[in-house]
Design a protein around this ligand. Structure first.
Ligand SMILES: *Cc1c(COP(=O)(O)O)cnc(C)c1O
Length: 813
């Protein structure tokens, strides 16, 4: 803990406003939404995707009393009881504080960088070396400029070794990370093949990464990536690879069976072999990196071999699944420590779909609960996140159950809990499962998660968040963002997606029909929701659930007015749709005067926005037409505004408009397909596809030439063939037009064509030339844009056709 007066000395602020110099600081906040308990916290207003200064007030109201701000706007006039430090750059200030904190500890710090494998190597070293060391490690993959500062802040004197990840995306970044981390040992995990945006060449990226090692005493690295590269002068070099003369020579790498790889080493004049419990190249490389680090720390060959053999896969995701009886299950297989618990609880906290929140928690290996600090941190976490019920499993936690504020039930092990599971109710609850590996919580999740067949649509919530930020960055600050969650969020889900958008503070959500809006309200979504196609039968729910209708014609306008009058409701929000050329729904330009007359006469409606839709924003041949639509909206809304005497939001751009037409942003834009990771016009945006449709191979058959496959005998075999049957058909949304080789799927990295007609629940693939086994995973649309093209449609249709029987699984990496 630091006093605010000490922090002021460390940061040299431009100006300070101190009301209580003895105020203690222990927790760093940069996101007001994530503040559950404000005591001893300090809020840094960062200028990242959104300007953190906009949330100072919220942080203050939650009880934060210490602030580091970058914009000096006399905030002390409002934050009367706060301590405020104004600095030139809040992120740099947080980094300076982290740097200062780091320098108080003189135990070894291993800095890990590389294109892949950083997090896995870090988690494995923790598994491998925990028996001897008290290890601190960066939470999750916190490795950015902000992530590293937050990671270092967690160092304390209860540890004697630290593992810190460093990641970069452009030139110049590593220098800042190196100055903060001051690693004593460096590990390069890997260098990827392609060089990313942000670097001119692969060499430039490598030299940037090597900056991390310039002051370490030893750098450990796979030699193959650094041939012909000038290494930093100072450190001792611990290289490994297949060549002779390296610090650690790898004699051979041989796959033993489908689970193990045998790696033979020559080190310090001795040969020894290690069985790595993985067969893929990346994980074998990760394991060898761990061997090298252990040798550098003086471990015996035998100990290394025994521990490597027991390595556990690192699952880095948090999965949200539909549970039985109206429940949601969050399955967190990520490493089990208190920081990871906090991240999972934050995610639980975002879920508003059910009234109850429960946590099933096992003893946490490596966390010594007898230790006062760990116990009080756990107590704090459990009370901060307002749980309704706690189930504790193990020998240790049940003993301290009485000290937690949440009502709890205890079991000595998972089997005892499962024996009792029928007596417990999980109805209407969101349940977080957080268990150490040896507790085998997968047995619990199998019972709680709703069953369905093997075809799943996986939705990557990090990708969605990333895409949202990518489009946000194209927009000037004052432009608002409406996101389209119609058609089950383009196939990807309802409240699951809306929760995330609400958490990320978009301004509006839009659905096609009132029912979709009612579902979102039922799941705790508070954002304004626009309904695009309201009809008379839905007015009741629109009013009852506080939805905002799009009014597109006089017919719907008058019928809505009549409805409101009978209900005696005043100033109800509406959105006026104008037809500027799409010729779908909307008032025609020449109807503006009559519209003004009606709205003036009937003051019970409040126009929140007026908008139109671009018909051909992506087509160069129609640029003049598009400009014409923009001009028409401008004219129409100016007249409307002066006619009704107050202003409202104006908007016309959807994804393609956002990508190509900055002059069409007006006051708000409506993001649809781009949010889900499909760029339609520009290919330079770093967005990622958010959903992946997956299934697996049910059966494999070897058939001679001349046989046929499937209905109507359309799949004729011209050679002896190997055929895989997979569990997806047209009832799942896999279009029949993909049959007979038009559709191509990905198995184990190979692209394979369909053969024969697509059936209702299944289809067949020709896998003659490739390595495939039963139960192997199949990616249905390796490239959704070309798949759409192959059957003459667009990605929108493929996404929204994936049927509701396909289970949706949401995850955070
Ligand atoms: C669907 C829709 C959008 C979003 O379009 P995208 O191309 O998916 O971004 C925007 N506005 C209206 C009126 C829509 O119907």
């Amino acid at each position: 803990m630091y006093k605010i007066s000490e922090i002021a000395q460390i940061l040299h602020p431009n100006r300070t406003f101190i009301t209580d110099p003895n105020s203690f600081v222990q927790h760093l906040f940069y996101d007001s939404r994530k503040i559950a308990q404000a005591d001893n916290g300090i809020f840094f207003a960062l200028q990242k995707n959104r300007d953190g200064h906009r949330y100072i007030r919220e942080a203050y109201e939650k009880g934060v009393r210490n602030f580091v701000l970058q914009a000096d706007e006399g905030q002390e006039m409002e934050l009367l009881e706060a301590n405020i430090l104004w600095v030139a750059d809040s992120l740099v200030a947080m980094q300076e504080l982290a740097t200062f904190h780091r320098q108080k500890f003189d135990y070894p710090v291993i800095g890990i960088t590389g294109s892949n494998g950083k997090t896995i190597v870090k988690e494995w070293l923790f598994q491998l070396m925990s028996p001897e060391y008290k290890i601190y490690r960066s939470p999750k993959s916190y490795n950015s400029q902000l992530g590293v500062a937050l990671s270092l802040w967690g160092l304390s004197d209860q540890y004697n070794l630290a593992l810190i990840e460093a990641g970069i995306s452009e030139k110049g970044e590593m220098l800042r990370l190196e100055q903060m981390i001051k690693p004593t040992i460096g590990l390069l995990s890997n260098i990827g093949v392609a060089h990313k945006a942000g670097f001119k060449s692969k060499e430039e990226k490598i030299y940037e990464k090597l900056e991390l090692f310039k002051n370490v005493e030893t750098m450990i690295f796979p030699n193959s990536y650094l041939e012909n590269i000038q290494l930093p002068y100072r450190p001792r070099k611990f290289s490994w690879g297949l060549d002779e003369g390296l610090s650690l020579e790898v004699y051979s790498i041989k796959q033993v069976n489908d689970r193990f790889t045998m790696v033979t080493f020559y080190y310090a004049s001795r040969t020894f072999a290690v069985e790595v419990p993985f067969v893929d190249k990346g994980n074998v490389e990760n394991a060898i990196n761990c061997v090298a680090v252990m040798l550098r720390f003086g471990y015996e060959n035998e100990v290394i071999a025994a521990r490597i053999k027991e390595l556990q896969p690192v699952a880095m995701r948090l999965e949200l699944k539909k549970g039985k009886k109206n429940s949601s299950i969050i399955d967190d297989s990520y490493s089990n420590d208190l920081d990871a618990l906090q991240i999972a609880l934050e995610f639980l906290n975002q879920q508003g779909q059910h009234p109850f929140k429960m946590l099933i928690l096992s003893d946490i290996p490596g966390v010594h609960i007898e230790d006062e600090k760990s116990l009080s941190k756990l107590k704090r976490l459990l009370s901060e996140y307002r749980l309704d019920k706690l189930i504790l499993i193990g020998e240790v936690l049940p003993k301290v159950a009485a000290q937690f504020e949440v009502p709890s039930i205890s079991y000595s092990d998972t089997t005892a809990f499962l024996a009792d599971i029928r007596s417990l109710s999980f109805e209407n609850a969101t349940v977080l499962l957080k268990g150490g590996r040896e507790f085998h919580f997968e047995r619990i999740s199998q019972l709680l998660v709703a069953k369905s067949h093997d075809t799943v649509l996986e939705i990557n919530l990090n990708a969605l968040e990333n895409n949202l930020n990518v489009y946000r960055q194209l927009l000037p600050k004052q432009v608002k963002l409406m996101t389209m969650v119609k058609a089950f969020s383009y196939g990807s889900g309802s409240f699951e997606i809306a929760n995330l958008l609400q958490f990320n503070r978009v301004d509006y959500l839009t659905v096609a029909f009132a029912d979709e809006g009612v579902d979102l309200r039922g799941a705790g979504i508070k954002l304004p929701i626009v309904v695009m196609s309201p009809d008379e039968s839905s007015f009741e729910s629109i009013v009852q659930y506080n939805l905002e209708p799009e009014i597109y014609s006089f017919r719907i306008l008058f019928s809505f007015l009549n409805f409101l009058k009978t209900k005696q409701i005043a100033s109800f929000p509406i959105h006026i749709k104008i037809d500027t050329g799409m010729h779908r729904l909307g008032f025609m330009p020449d109807e503006v005067d009559r519209l003004i007359a009606v709205l003036r006469a009937e003051a019970i409606l409040e126009v929140k926005s007026a908008f139109s839709h671009l018909a051909s924003a992506g087509n160069e041949k129609d640029w003049e037409f598009t400009q014409g639509q923009i001009d028409l909206l401008d004219e129409f809304t100016k007249r409307l505004e002066s006619g009704i005497g107050y202003s409202f939001l104006r908007h016309i751009a959807a994804t393609s408009g956002i990508e190509l037409w900055p002059n069409a942003y007006f006051d708000m834009v409506r993001l649809g397909i781009g949010l889900y990771g499909i760029d339609i016009e520009r290919h330079d945006l770093p967005i990622r596809e958010a959903s992946t449709l997956k299934t697996n191979v049910t059966q494999i058959k070897y058939l001679p030439a001349g046989e046929t496959v499937g209905y109507n005998r359309h799949g004729v075999l011209y050679r002896d063939s190997k055929i895989a049957t997979i569990k997806i058909g047209y009832a799942d949304g896999y279009d029949r037009r993909f049959g007979n080789g038009v559709g191509k799927m990905l198995i184990n990295g190979f692209l394979v064509p369909t053969i024969g007609d697509i059936c209702m629940d299944m289809c067949m693939l020709d896998v003659t030339d490739v390595e495939v086994g039963e139960e192997d995973e199949v990616i249905v649309y390796p490239d959704i844009k070309s798949a759409a093209k192959a059957i003459g449609t667009i990605p929108y249709e493929l996404l929204t056709s994936i049927s509701q029987r396909v289970k949706r699984v949401y995850f955070y990496e």
